[in-house]
Design a protein around this ligand. Structure first.
Ligand SMILES: Nc1ncnc2c1ncn2[C@@H]1O[C@H](COP(=O)(O)OP(=O)(O)O)[C@@H](O)[C@H]1O
Ligand SMILES: [Mg+2]
Length: 278
């Protein structure tokens, strides 16, 4: 999948008098994983929908390779081949009777040959490890399986950028592991992945960089720098990731700590330095 540059400048979106985005700027790093973080109601879903072309901003622009997205039929059709959004609730997206038909719907609509549609569906099902579900009726699947089918449907459109709204919400620990493994394979396939979440522990561990929604604007930067910033995290109505909170309380530098194992390694290394000095 080629790497197109998705960005946004000065986005303004309001619902009635509620101003959700108030001049949001974002440059999505190509071929990388970006976590979009914010409290419930901060505007993550609104931002993803705007980036995907489903919400038209009152101000600002969404850009692909520097060119503004046009909100007419043709413009949006072209945009959907670059950017695909997977909604938080798979039931908002899945409507065909079985998995194969659902995942093939988008590619068929593009007018691709039967062979190309079959190839794309097979590849998408394989990336999500759901080949064995191809013939299954959607209504028989678990929530986690339906979430993966919804992602496969988006992937079959061969987008450069995949926007996922809370892909791990509502999954049990095994479901989260399966989802994360599938996301890893996407990166190997060089798709840019943006995940909206309020799970700071997941973001610390997963993301190459994070964009935090604060008062309708975005702060984008290094995962550890932003997530270790207690003032920023409080302003965004989030909390410090557990591993970084523990590091702060132990007086350790957050650099390189992405999860509990990283914290343990930092503690051991600090302890061995103390022993070396003694
Ligand atoms: N279609 C809509 N109509 C009216 N208000 C909306 C709509 N979509 C979102 N909102 C409001 O916009 C704010 C941001 O919502 P949302 O983008 O869903 O936040 P998040 O995904 O971060 O939880 C909330 O106050 C929500 O109630
Ligand atoms: Mg949301």
């Amino acid at each position: 999948m080629s790497h197109r540059q998705l960005s946004a400048a000065g986005l303004e979106v309001a619902f009635g008098r509620r101003e959700v985005l108030r001049g949001a700027d974002l440059e999505v790093p190509r071929g990388k994983r970006l976590a979009l973080l914010g409290a419930n109601g901060s505007g993550k879903t609104t931002l993803l929908r705007t980036l995907a072309g489903s919400v038209r901003p009152e101000g600002g622009v969404v850009l692909v390779d520097g060119a503004p997205v046009r909100f007419d039929r043709k413009g949006l059709r072209a945009h959907r081949q670059v950017v695909q959004l997977v909604a938080q609730d798979p039931d908002d997206q899945l409507f065909a009777a079985d998995v194969y038909r659902d995942v093939s719907f988008g590619p068929l609509n593009l007018g691709l040959s039967d062979a190309e549609v079959r190839r794309r569906v097979a590849e998408a099902l394989q990336l999500l490890s759901i080949e064995d579900l191809a013939e299954r009726p959607i209504h028989e699947l678990s929530h986690g399986q339906r979430k993966r089918v919804a992602i496969a449907g988006a992937l079959a459109m061969a987008p450069c950028v995949l926007l996922l709204d809370e892909p791990t919400a509502g999954l049990d620990p095994q479901g989260v592991d399966e989802m994360v493994a599938a996301l890893e394979r996407l990166l190997v396939a060089r798709t840019t992945v943006v995940i909206a979440t309020h799970d700071v522990d997941f973001a610390l561990w997963w993301a190459d960089s994070v964009a935090v929604v604060v008062d309708g604007r975005l702060r984008h930067g290094s995962t550890t720098d932003l997530l270790a910033d207690a003032d920023l995290v409080a302003a965004a109505r989030l909390r410090l990731p557990t591993a970084l909170q523990a590091a702060a309380e132990l007086g350790l530098e957050p650099t390189g700590i992405r999860d509990v194992s990283g914290l343990v390694a930092a503690v051991r290394s600090a302890a061995s330095r103390v022993e070396g000095v003694a």
